[in-house]
Design a protein around this ligand. Structure first.
Ligand SMILES: NC(=O)c1ccc[n+]([C@@H]2O[C@H](COP(=O)([O-])OP(=O)(O)OC[C@H]3O[C@@H](n4cnc5c(N)ncnc54)[C@H](OP(=O)(O)O)[C@@H]3O)[C@@H](O)[C@H]2O)c1
Length: 367
């Protein structure tokens, strides 16, 4: 632990609330290795995610029924449950998409990894039973994460990545791409499928385009028109507006068919019934988010008369993260880095992230 200072710069979430709940500290204690499986990482870059925003505001609580706005909710207090059903504890350093260099390892660690650049899987697990979804946590939610100069992780949670991509580019991948890949696994996406993707300009959406394409599926990206030129760089089969009035007609014009086999949805909200209407008989709907609103209208006749299957997709299986590292190392996915902000300007960056004028991911940089 030579050359490792005692304190670090960090963004510390003090409780649920507005952006001001994120406090910038210059002398926060550096995490200590307490468990033989832990490693200490010097963070170079850490991507932003809606989980940070939703956790800060308390949006995961059933007391909230609105779209994600990024603002505080009056009804929320520290007892309200977070994503996993339990309240989180404060103070908390958020940030799941960690890219950094290992600087120290616990007794069970291999010292050869010291000095190597690693990425972290967002999902904390019981490594004696790693596929047990009931004993999982999320980096930066159930433990401190990467919006700080140093963080610690279980050695099983990190993987060395051999790539020419920059730290910031690598920090666009972990949460969004594992979420997208997991959803595509769950809905059984394969060559021949036609996948309709909501929020396609966002982190998960841009990942869904690329990951469905690499399986040989057709992809239809739905995004605000101002972002179509950027979304086109990801080469989806077709691009539609965020919410066409006549979706079946828009599909017919774009791809010559008015139904799809898969809806990969991160938006939810008022448009949800329209998405189901264009699913073919036997079609699969997968959701990993509800940025446009968590409460939706479901006509059960659409679900059962069309023999649809619904998949809720959050916690990944353990193969997903190493698979993603392979795609990155082989150049099968490319980063969509919209902007970087230094840790000192974290709240400026999170406001830009909330404003959603960008395409892809926004990343916090350190050093
Ligand atoms: N289950 C999980 O493990 C998991 C993991 C990651 C993310 N998520 C969730 O998935 C959702 C998307 O995450 P992300 O990281 O991709 O977010 P993001 O990067 O912020 O992108 C979301 C996209 O959704 C679109 N959008 C925003 N508000 C909308 C609205 N009211 N109606 C329709 N579209 C809207 C925007 O695109 P346009 O402006 O182009 O329409 C935006 O680019 C979030 O709710 C997040 O919490 C879940």
């Amino acid at each position: 632990m030579n050359n490792i200072p005692a304190t670090m710069k960090a963004i510390v979430l003090k409780g649920h609330g507005d952006l001001e709940a994120n406090e910038y500290h210059e002398a926060w204690p550096i995490p200590q290795i307490e468990n033989p499986d832990e490693v200490l990482i010097k963070v170079h870059a850490c991507g932003m995610n809606n989980t940070d925003v939703n956790t800060r505001t308390g949006w995961y609580s059933k007391a909230v029924s609105e779209a994600t706005t990024g603002g505080a909710y009056e009804a929320i207090d520290t007892e309200d449950p977070s994503w996993g059903g339990a309240p989180i504890t404060f103070p908390r350093i958020q940030g799941a998409d960690i890219v950094g260099t290992v600087v120290a390892v616990g007794d069970n660690g291999n010292e050869k990894i010291i000095g190597k650049r690693v990425m972290a899987d967002c999902w904390l697990r019981d490594w004696d039973n790693p596929e047990n979804k009931n004993s999982t946590g999320y980096f930066g939610s159930e433990c401190d994460g990467g919006f700080a100069q140093y963080t610690k992780a279980n050695r099983h949670n990190i993987q060395v990545v051999n790539s020419n991509l920059s730290d910031a580019e690598l920090a666009t991948f972990s949460c969004s791409y594992t979420t997208a890949e997991n959803l595509l696994n769950r809905v059984g996406c394969k060559a021949g499928d036609t996948v309709l993707i909501t929020g396609a300009s966002g982190g998960v959406g841009s990942a869904l385009i690329q990951l469905a394409k690499r399986r040989g599926a057709k992809t239809i990206a739905m995004a605000s028109e101002a972002k179509h030129a950027d979304v086109a760089k990801l080469e989806p089969t077709a691009i539609l507006p965020r919410a066409p009035q006549n979706l079946a007609k828009a599909l017919q014009e774009a791809i010559g068919q008015d139904t799809v086999s898969i809806v990969a949805d991160i938006a939810g909200g008022d448009y949800f019934p329209t998405l189901l209407d264009v699913l073919e008989r036997g079609g699969r709907y997968g959701t990993s988010g509800a940025i446009a609103g968590p409460i939706v209208e479901l006509d059960l006749r659409t679900l059962y008369l069309k023999d649809l299957t619904f998949h809720g997709c959050t916690i990944t299986t353990t193969n997903v993260f190493p698979d993603l590292i392979g795609y990155i190392e082989r150049g099968e996915v490319k980063p969509a880095l919209a902007a970087t902000y230094p840790l000192e300007k974290f709240n400026e960056g999170q406001q830009a992230f909330i404003d959603k004028k960008h395409t892809g991911n926004i990343v916090v940089t350190l050093d």
